[in-house]
Every structure is written in structure tokens, then in C-alpha cells.
Design a protein around this ligand. Structure first.
Ligand code: VG1
Ligand code: CO
Length: 542
């Protein structure tokens, strides 16, 4: 029986860099999730007759939210829903199912790399029929709808069983519960040289994959251990838990410290990797060597032709603005286009759909290709494994050869988390006001060539996105970028992105923090970080 529930709008239901993220208890308030879901359906022209993919990363409230969304979809007259078993789907697997089944989009429950649990974070995002994150026009329409909402529609029915694969019915809507892994694993087999990788594992190649108790565990076990023959136990923290077992599922050296310690230790395996809450991020580590995400993107792009799915070469390479220019050098050498987009995967969608680029990446441990419309953590790990299997070299050797050929873009991101929003805003405003006066001035012995607030005009549809981060570029192309995070749920997070290019042949193996020291000094002085935020040091360095 369809029910219409009267409600009033909630403040602040504004999607950020990737969906709406709030504290879990905020989402648990009566009508809160329902209001956003109704606004979402209204913003896309209703759900009647449509087919949606629904699933999430298994964090606390995932199962309840899936049931709420299913009831609401059925009440709006949706035709059917494709749901991952137990409500689980990684973000890239959801993107694939949306495309494979030619659906009208999907709803993914995740706060991605943010911690999970009743006192941590929850989130919801909508992906369009191309499988990619909703573009800004759509998220703006959703936000507008949340401000005027007066009622929502749902069903008065008990929960359905999400644990059994097969078809079931929710009022007039059919629900298909599917294996979350099968179709995704088949897609990976179609792209990569599984026999070569299997042979390398059979030869004694060792790896560790830290799933951080998040959604990738079942995918990694099936693909790495079962299909490729990595030793049992290669996947650690492989069972998705509602609170991620207390881990912060952000695959970077700070939060994936167990993996880092093993990879830097004496008995390190050949290869290490970790992924985030919803499985779209990856961190890659060789024995004794950390691979920065910007370098990973460049190496993957330069070697992608070694995998069957990319043997025809790349159409182009895209990176987010704060990501280092290492990938641009690869594109230039290949003679293909390269693009610089604002932060957030949604900006790659048009380029991928238009066939202008094949591989994309962000400095925040995100890499992916035109196989789906999301970044894809396991995909990146498999492409690395494919390259390692074909080249028969170590991660360190591959990096060394890469830098010798292209030079090295030393790179680091410094995060200042949970600072007071008012102070962060004041710092950014003061910086923006100063921008026109900066070119020609000197900081820490370096001269500024250009200073601006990044604006992007989408080359496919002409849409313009402004205020995407402050860029300070020096005469030697070294760079500082300042941005405030759009995924946090507490206070503000200041991200400072630092880059310096050294062409080689010398100085290709410096400690990045040492190589970047003058840029770091300039970054603090220029923006007055210490004065505004009260912090002299970042709390996460990647
Ligand atoms: C961060 C990253 C950005 C990424 C986004 C979503 O956004 O910087 O590159 O696309 O998270 O990733 P922000 O606004 O906090 O800098 V995920 O894996 O958390 O969905
Ligand atoms: Co994620």
C-alpha cells in the first residue's frame, strides 16, 4: 500500500564532491534519508517505469537505507531494481551494472574513504545511466528539490530478504538480487591478461591486498586468490564490517599503516595494495617503495598497452587539476590529448563518453578508465599486476625507468583536517583577494609566474565550473594548489597540493618532502596557514 508522508525540508542536503555525506546519526533521523531520496527522484523526472541499481559499501545503516530506498522506488512506480546481495556493491561494480543492464541509473550508499559506524559517516550518491556520478546540474536540481519538499511516497511493507540471490517482488516492482562480484570479475577478465598474471603467481610472486574491512574484500578474494592464484591470505581485512573494524578505510600511508609497515619491512611481498570503503580508490606499494598516485597514473598510462583491453593504445589521458603533470608528459610523448579537470570523478564522464580519453586519474588514489564511469581500485591493482607480469620487473625498477625517461614530478599533498570552518574560509578568501598581486613576486627564493582560481570549461558540453581551487605557479612550473575538501563531515579540511618537476638525470631519487621543502615553506608563507588555522603541520601527508 502506497503511503504519502508529509514532511518539511531539512537544511544542508547539498551533495559535495561525491554525493551527500553526513554523520550517520543525521541520516538516521526520521524522514532525513527519505527527503533526500524523494528529491533525488524528483530531480531526475521521477522514477516511474525506471530501472535502478542499488547497493552500498556495507557500512552501518547500509541495509536499512537499501530497504528504505527500495520501498520508495516501488512507491514511485519504478519498474525494477537490481540489488547487490546483502545490499553490497562496490562503486565501480555498481557503475558496471548500471551500464551492462542499460538502466536508468543507480543509487550507491557510501561515505567512501570516511570512517563508518553509528558515530561516524554515511552517504548517498546517484549515478546517471552512463554509470558515472551525477553531474553538477543534476546534484544542483536535487539540492533545490530538498529545499521545497513537502511530502514523500513510500510503501507500508516489511523488509525484503536481501540475502538470497534471485528475483522477488516488492508491490509492483521486481527486485533482482545479484552476486555483487560475478559481472565485475568477468569485466576484469575481459581487460587483463589473466594467464600471464596467473603464471607470475604460480612462479612465486607474492602480494598483499588490504581491503580495510570494506567492500572490496569479496572482490579481491575472488579475483586475486581464486581466479589468479595468489596465495590464500594475500587479501587481509577481507570481510566487510559495518564499522570497518575500526579502520579508517582511506588507502594512504597514514591510514593503511599496517600494509605500509609490511611493505617497508624485511619480509615484504613483491607488491602491496589497499582500497577504500567503496572500492574506487587504490594505493599501490612495491617492496620498499611507495608509489604516489600521480606517478601511478602516469606509469599505468605509459604501460596500459601491455594489457589486452588497451592494446590499441589510449585516446587521451585526463587528470584532475591538483594531480601532478606526470601523466601529461606521457600523453605528450604518445601524441594524444590530455585534459585537466576539477576535482571529482564526475568531471571525467563527458570526456570518456565522447571518446576523448581512455585513462583518468586523481592524486587522491583514484585511477580508472573507460571500462566504467567511476574510478576503480581493483582495476588499477590488476593493471599494475598485468604490467608487472609482462615486464617481469619490480615496482621499483619500473618507477626508476619511468623517471629516467620522463623526469620526476615530485609531489605531495598536505591535509589539515578538522579545522574551524570560519578560519579556513577566511584564509581562502584572503588568498583569493591577493591573487592578482602575486605574479612577479618572490617567495622562498622562487618567483611566481601565475596565480588564479581554477575554472573549467567542459570541452564537450561547454558547462563552466568556477572556484575549483587556488593555483600558484612558479617560473620553473613548480606549483602550489589550495582547496577545501568537499567530502568531510566535520569542520573544514584544507588540502595543500605541492609539486616540483626535476628533469633528471640527477636528483631522481630524493625524498619528496625534502625535494619539495622550498615549495612547502612558500605554501605556508603565502597563505598564512599557521596564522589562520593555528596549525604548523599537516596531520595527513600523502
Ligand atoms: C576527495 C578527493 C577527490 C575525490 C573525492 C571522492 O574529495 O580529493 O579527488 O574525487 O574525495 O573520492 P575532497 O573534496 O574531499 O578533496 V571517494 O573515493 O571519497 O568517493
Ligand atoms: Co571511494
Amino acid at each position: 500500500m502506497i503511503e504519502t508522508i508529509q514532511t518539511t525540508p531539512f537544511e544542508g542536503q547539498k551533495p559535495g564532491t561525491s554525493g551527500l555525506r553526513k554523520k550517520t546519526r543525521v541520516f538516521m533521523q526520521p524522514h532525513y534519508l527519505e527527503c533526500f531520496v524523494q528529491a533525488l527522484f524528483d530531480a531526475i523526472g521521477g522514477a516511474a517505469g525506471k530501472v535502478f541499481v542499488i547497493g552500498g559499501d556495507g557500512r552501518f545503516y547500509n541495509d536499512t537505507a537499501v530497504q528504505i530506498i527500495l520501498r520508495m522506488a516501488a512507491a514511485q512506480g519504478a519498474k525494477s531494481a537490481i540489488v547487490g546481495q546483502s545490499g553490497l556493491l562496490s562503486t565501480p561494480a555498481a557503475s558496471h551494472l548500471i551500464r551492462l543492464n542499460k538502466t536508468d541509473g543507480g543509487i550507491i550508499l557510501s561515505a567512501s574513504h570516511n570512517p563508518g559506524g553509528i558515530d561516524e559517516d554515511f552517504g548517498i550518491k546517484f549515478n546517471t545511466p552512463n554509470g558515472g556520478p551525477a553531474p553538477e546540474t543534476v546534484t544542483e536540481a536535487m539540492f533545490a528539490a530538498t529545499k521545497t519538499i513537502s511530502h514523500y511516497k513510500t510503501l507500508k511493507t516489511p523488509d525484503i530478504d536481501l540475502g538470497t540471490i534471485g528475483s522477488t517482488q516488492l508491490a509492483e516492482m521486481s527486485v533482482q538480487i545479484v552476486d555483487p562480484v560475478a559481472d565485475y570479475a568477468a569485466l576484469m577478465e575481459s581487460l587483463f591478461d589473466f594467464p600471464a598474471m596467473r603464471a607470475r603467481f604460480a612462479d612465486g610472486f607474492t602480494m598483499r591486498f588490504d581491503a580495510m574491512n570494506a567492500v572490496t574484500g569479496p572482490y579481491a578474494r575472488d579475483i586475486l586468490e581464486t581466479r589468479l592464484g595468489a596465495a590464500k591470505g594475500s587479501v587481509t581485512h577481507g570481510t566487510p564490517l559495518p564499522d570497518f573494524g575500526g579502520m579508517h578505510p582511506d588507502p594512504n600511508p597514514t591510514w593503511a599503516h599496517e600494509l605500509m609497515a609490511e611493505m617497508m619491512g624485511e619480509a615484504a611481498p613483491d607488491f602491496g595494495a589497499a582500497s577504500d570503503g567503496d572500492g574506487d580508490r587504490n594505493m599501490v606499494v612495491g617492496r620498499g617503495v611507495y608509489v604516489s598516485p600521480s606517478d601511478s597514473l602516469a606509469v599505468l598510462a605509459a604501460n596500459a598497452h601491455l594489457a589486452p583491453g588497451y592494446s590499441a593504445g589510449l585516446k587521451g589521458i585526463a587528470r584532475s587539476m591538483p594531480t601532478s603533470a606526470a601523466a601529461d608528459r606521457v600523453a605528450q610523448a604518445m601524441g594524444v590529448e590530455h585534459f585537466e579537470t576539477p576535482t571529482g570523478w564526475k568531471f571525467f564522464g563527458n570526456l570518456l563518453d565522447a571518446g576523448r580519453c581512455t585513462i583518468c586519474g586523481e592524486e587522491s588514489f583514484g585511477t580508472g578508465s573507460d571500462h566504467v564511469r567511476e574510478k576503480d581500485g581493483l582495476w588499477a591493482v590488476l593493471l599494475w599486476l598485468n604490467i608487472l607480469a609482462v615486464r617481469g620487473q619490480s615496482v621499483a625498477e619500473i618507477l626508476t625507468e619511468h623517471w629516467a625517461r620522463y623526469g620526476r614530478n615530485y609531489y605531495s599533498r598536505h591535509d589539515f583536517e578538522a579545522i574551524e570552518t570560519a578560519r579556513a574560509d577566511a584564509m581562502m578568501s584572503a588568498l583569493r583577494v591577493k591573487l592578482p598581486t602575486l605574479p612577479g613576486t618572490e617567495f622562498a627564493g622562487m618567483t611566481i609566474r601565475a596565480a588564479d582560481d581554477f575554472a573549467y570549461t567542459d570541452p564537450v558540453d561547454g558547462s563552466v565550473s568556477k572556484n575549483q581551487g587556488v593555483r600558484i605557479i612558479f617560473t620553473d612550473d613548480s606549483r602550489i594548489v589550495y582547496r577545501l575538501s568537499g567530502t568531510g563531515t566535520e569542520g573544514a579540511t584544507l588540502r595543500v597540493y605541492l609539486e616540483r618537476y626535476l628533469p633528471g638525470p640527477g636528483d631522481l631519487h630524493l625524498d619528496p618532502q625534502a625535494a619539495l621543502a622550498p615549495i612547502i615553506t612558500a605554501a605556508h608563507a603565502l597563505a598564512g596557514i599557521d596564522q589562520y588555522t593555528g596549525r604548523t603541520r599537516p596531520n595527513v601527508i600523502t
